[in-house]
Design a protein around this ligand. Structure first.
Ligand code: ADP
Ligand code: ZN
Ligand code: ZN
Length: 858
């Protein structure tokens, strides 16, 4: 037995902490509760040993071991360590994210009988005091039952005492206040499934209890002839016998809730059960409620049309299945154009994994797990599927975690963090829309779900498939270099054509009309014609709100958020579609970063001029203009103002599917994977402003967006058309998008990246230095900048320090340093060395954010 354990704690420090076990037994991978800086934290044991830390450190003791065995399988523990090392994140914070179980650590109270309580119980003082008591007679009786129940001196949990006596927590606390009871804290790992209390007849096997039931009549007639567990029953009163008989009648086990209902209907008091418990005839147990996939089962039927895979799909499936059969780490890039039927391939591959006795994991982007997809998966896999998405409650999350860990859900479908799902026998990992930005976690640990998926497959030695119509350039380059096997589906299902994409030159439009208009004449014409034909239109306006810049004509001031260096967006309010019934929000200015809201000022806050003007149209303005242009159209809007929950998304998509909406306007949300067959026209408005953003991924993002939104057109019987309004029709992004030429775009873009030594031809880390006080940010970034300059790390280029493009967010000032290296090990070593300097210079560790493989440098 070890004397010490090292514990990884969820604190922003890059080390484990040593604690004395003091006779407790723990395994590596188990959770422990330990004192840390005045509080008690739950951490994970990462090492056991007998080496005392130096004499000068005071070693505290582990307070409680919470798991009998390692909670995380070794494979995941190893993956966690890899994530911590690769993303330079504290292991404790990584492990916390991997075990979404905070909901099941319950800090609660237990009660024991106190000196005073004993006195009351034995001397009958309760009767005496009760005359003066303000309590009802029922509560006085409950108090007596509680004392009676706790008489042995053992501690009881609130829920157990309540089941036995009917006393609630308030009553128990009142008793503790009178010193009848002693209250003590207890941290407990509970089963996160909702628990209920079960009453169990002690020693009653089925046979015995049926024997008891036969004798029920005799019992009732006052002849307690029944025996339990071979013992003759002690003398029981009528009520007690009735409860015993009732329990026996249900095979010896019944939910307390049920039992109590039936008893009180017969006028038997709550305390009877408690007495039976105390006399050892009945035992109380916690039991977990059964798990249900609510609602989805029926819905699944609607979506349950299974297709016979076509030739290209079959071939893709064949490659993946062959890899699974061979075994070993085999990364694949599935490049399948929009509408090529990738989902059907995923489902078939997962079915094959199950047949082979393995489990399968499918990662989807944040918005990809729409109820439609979920229902489709439930239809295919029934009760074997676990869905992990961002809107689960902590309890539900913990419940799913254990279900998966026990091997009850062999198919897991989930967003980013599902990559850590504790599945036994994982044989296949799929990452849908692998290019999607939502796979990157924008808080510590800043991991990329796709890359962790590949690493997990490598550690496990299993097949991993990254799928997309617009693969990230990192993945594409890996395929080019032969590190990933490339699987292609280059035609749409049923040989449907890709839509024809047309560029509308908005400079020309302006010259010809002499007016700056949101929608071009051509887009208006085509929209009208499409609606008239009874088909559907989708229009992308990639900003939400009404206007995204409010500016003063006199002094040029842009109205910014109080907390962030970010322009406020004007929301017109009024017709805000709060689909989930939330109160309407009126006209306002809003910060899209922190949510800050203010009223619309009458005059410029800086120069008092009344000439404020509104620039840049968002989706709300788009909807308003469309309503004016097409009064007969049935218009819907999809953006974060109208979609606040999965339910909202489902309703909107349902209306589009049924034709209740025939014109949908929205932000990039509308570009994500939706499969609506009636849409034949897609319009794109103002997407190319993003080409000008100071970000090396700007072109890649715009290309992905154009291709994905185009992919929503012509997915049914009728061919589709795409109209892209642009000021740069000759930009290569627009040119390649028009030709549906991903391969051409990738070659061109990779050429630039190589020349500029940007990823995937180098590795980057964005190091943010942050504080609420600007002086601190300046001081710390100067210190680090100077150190980096003097240290001259070989193979590392340093840009900055400089103010970050988002120089202030949520009242926090931000500077940054960008580190660029050719080799990952060199970059990692540089960051680790820098973090040591951070410690030495006494810069608080939480002031430094390290983002390895950043998605953007903001
Ligand atoms: P992707 O994700 O590749 O864009 P989806 O997986 O959404 O494409 O599939 C597009 C559509 O094609 C869906 O409506 C799907 O039901 C349908 N589909 C899939 N496979 C086939 C097939 N073999 N034959 C006919 N339709 C299919
Ligand atoms: Zn002004
Ligand atoms: Zn803000």
């Amino acid at each position: 037995m070890s004397v010490y354990c090292d514990v990884a704690l969820p604190v922003p420090l890059d080390r484990a902490f040593t604690y004395e076990l003091g006779g407790l037994e723990a395994e590596v991978g188990a959770r422990v509760m330990v004192p840390f800086g005045g509080q008690r934290l739950v951490g994970v044991v990462v090492g056991l040993h007998d080496v005392a830390p130096g004499d000068d450190v005071e070693v505290k003791r582990v307070q409680q071991v919470m798991d009998e065995a390692a909670l995380l399988p070794g494979e995941l523990m190893e993956l966690g360590k890899w994530v911590a090392a690769y993303y330079c994140a504290p292991l404790g914070e990584v492990l916390r994210g991997m075990m979404p179980l905070t909901a099941e650590v319950r800090r609660q109270w237990v009660y024991k009988i106190g000196e005073q309580g004993r006195k009351v119980l034995y001397e009958g003082a309760a009767k005496g005091s009760s005359r003066r008591s303000k309590l009802s007679v029922e509560d006085q009786n409950r108090e007596y039952s509680v004392l009676n129940y706790l008489e042995s001196g053992e501690a009881g949990k609130t829920a157990t005492i309540r089941s036995a006596t009917g006393a609630n927590k308030a009553l128990l606390d009142a008793m503790a206040k009178k010193r009848w009871l002693v209250r003590e804290p207890l941290a407990e790992v509970r089963d996160a499934r909702r628990v209920e209390m079960l009453a169990v007849l002690v020693g009653a096997t089925e046979a015995e209890s049926s024997h008891l039931r036969d004798d029920e009549a005799a019992v009732k007639m006052g002849h307690p002839a029944a025996e339990v567990g071979g013992k003759r029953l002690p003398k029981l009163n009528e009520n007690q016998l009735a409860v015993m008989a009732e329990l026996a009648g249900c095979g010896g086990r019944e939910l307390v809730r049920e039992l109590r209902g039936r008893m009180s209907a017969r006028g038997i008091p709550d305390s009877t059960l408690g007495t039976l418990v105390k006399r050892g005839l009945v035992r109380l147990e916690e039991t977990a409620q059964a798990f249900h996939v609510t609602g989805l089962q029926q819905e699944g039927k609607k979506f349950a049309h299974e297709h016979v895979l076509n030739e290209a799909q079959t071939e893709a499936l064949g490659t993946i299945v062959a890899a699974m059969e061979k075994g070993g780490f085999r990364p694949h890039l599935l490049y399948g154009i929009t509408g090529s039927g990738k989902t059907a391939v995923y489902v078939a591959a997962m079915q094959r994994a199950l047949v082979a006795g393995k489990s399968a994991l499918l990662l989807v982007p944040e918005i990809g797990l729409t109820p439609g997809t979920a229902a489709q998966m439930v239809a295919a896999f029934g009760g074997e599927v676990a869905l992990l998405h961002s809107q689960l409650t902590p309890d539900e999350r913990a419940e799913q975690w254990h279900r998966i860990r026990r091997g009850e859900a062999r198919v897991v479908i989930g967003t980013r963090s599902a990559v850590f799902a504790p599945m036994p026998d994982l044989g296949l990992i799929l990452v849908d829309e692998e290019h999607d930005g939502s796979y990157k976690q924008e808080e510590t640990p800043r991991y990329h779900g796709r890359d962790v998926a590949v690493m997990r497959a490598k550690l496990l030695g299993c097949t991993v498939v990254l799928g997309s119509a617009t693969p990230s350039l990192e993945s594409w380059q890996n395929a080019e270099r032969g590190r990933y096997a490339r699987v292609e589906i280059l035609a749409r299902v049923e040989a449907r054509p890709l839509p024809k994409v047309e560029m509308i030159d908005m400079r020309e439009e302006f010259r010809e009309t002499g007016q700056e208009q949101l929608f071009s004449r051509r887009l208006i014409e085509e929209t009208q014609a499409t609606i008239d034909r009874g088909e559907q239109v989708v229009i992308l306006i990639n900003r939400r709100g009404y206007s995204f810049v409010v500016m003063c004509r006199s002094c040029g001031e842009k109205l910014e958020c109080e907390n962030c260096a970010i322009s406020l967006t004007y929301h017109k309010g009024g017709e805000e579609h709060s689909l989930n019934g939330e109160a309407r929000v009126g006209q306002r200015l809003e910060c899209h970063y922190c949510g800050y809201r203010r009223t619309v000022p009458k005059a410029c806050p800086k120069c008092q001029s009344e000439h404020l003007y509104y620039l840049g149209a968002g989706s709300q303005q788009g909807e308003e203009r469309l309503q004016e242009l097409f009064p007969g159209a049935r218009i819907g809007r999809m953006d974060r103002d109208t979609v606040r929950s999965r339910g909202d998304m489902e309703r909107l998509l349902g209306k589009l599917q049924s034709g209740e909406i025939n014109l949908l306007v929205g932000t990039q949300m509308i570009a994500k994977g939706h499969d609506i067959h009636g849409v034949t026209l897609v319009g794109v408005v103002g997407a190319d402003f993003a080409l000008g953003l100071p970000d090396f991924r700007a072109a890649e993002r715009v290309f992905q967006l154009l291709t994905q939104v185009s992919g929503r057109a012509g997915r049914g019987e009728l061919p589709g058309k795409v109209l892209v309004q642009t000021y740069q029709p000759d930009h290569y992004v627009n040119q390649f998008a028009r030709e549906h030429d991903y391969t051409g775009f990738a070659a061109r873009e990779l050429y630039f990246r190589r020349a500029m030594r940007y990823p995937p031809f180098s590795v980057l880390a964005n190091v943010i230095i942050q504080s609420e006080r600007l002086e601190e940010v300046l001081e710390w970034s100067t210190k680090l900048g100077r150190w980096l300059q003097q240290r001259k790390l070989e193979g590392v280029r340093v840009l900055g320090p400089a103010a970050a493009p988002n120089s202030r967010l949520k009242r926090i000032y931000r500077y940054h340093l960008v580190l660029k290296a050719d080799r990952r090990d060199v970059l990692g070593a540089a960051i680790r060395e820098m973090l040591v300097v951070v410690d030495r210079e006494e810069i608080p560790r939480r002031a430094i954010l390290v983002d390895v493989d950043p998605m953007h440098l903001m």
